[in-house]
Design a protein around this ligand. Structure first.
Ligand SMILES: [Zn+2]
Length: 193
């Protein structure tokens, strides 16, 4: 909660205090889960840590430019509720919203691999998913009635970056190399907006 308020405040104060061009664009990266909500867990690895690490890496890669500002819904182990996240996002009115998650299923080790993208029922959400499909090995793009997608007014996608219970996916998304590559791919996509 405190993290959420701070972030929301810094986003707004930055836009008021700096010499913000009128056409300043916001890009929101939402790190799924946080706090007591671990997301899916495999051994010592939790979804909430993977998503925030990648979100922070995306923010870092986009710091030294003035085309747009990357705003994170959380940059610590906080848990803004889904309602708080979408309220903040709708106030910002960003160009796009990318919500980061990890997949899992009940199998101990799944042969399933790769990225899945869930979209809103809009052309712009679909277009964003297409851009993601060009960079990632996307196994599935599907419309889903999820809070983040339903309540966000801006074009949004929810990306499942791989399966927690697939060793290859898990090792990749938890490695420094994997996280940097994933963040770079999202940065390339963001730069098209
Ligand atoms: Zn999740």
């Amino acid at each position: 909660m405190r993290g959420f308020k701070l972030l929301a405040f810094s986003a707004f104060s930055a836009s008021f205090l700096s010499f913000t061009p009128i056409n300043k664009k916001y890009i929101v990266i939402d790190a799924g889960h946080g706090g007591n909500d671990m997301g899916s867990v495999y051994g010592k690895v939790s979804e909430k840590e993977i998503t925030v690490n990648i979100a922070k890496e995306i923010k870092k890669l986009n710091e030294n430019q003035d085309q747009y500002e990357v705003i994170l819904t959380r940059d610590s182990d906080a848990y803004p509720t889904l309602q708080e996240r979408t309220a903040m996002i709708n106030k910002l009115n960003p160009e796009i919203v990318i919500s980061l998650h990890m997949n899992s299923n009940p199998e101990k080790e799944t042969p399933k691999q790769g990225t899945e993208v869930y979209i809103q029922n809009t052309e712009n959400s679909k277009k964003l998913a297409e851009k993601i499909s060009k960079k990632f090995d996307v196994a599935k793009v599907e419309e889903r009635n999820l809070h983040m997608l339903r309540e966000t007014k801006a074009p949004a996608v929810l990306v499942e970056l791989g399966f927690m219970n697939n060793t290859k996916d898990r090792e990749y998304v938890t490695s420094e190399k994997g996280q940097k590559e994933i963040a770079q791919k999202f940065t390339d996509i963001i730069r098209e907006y």
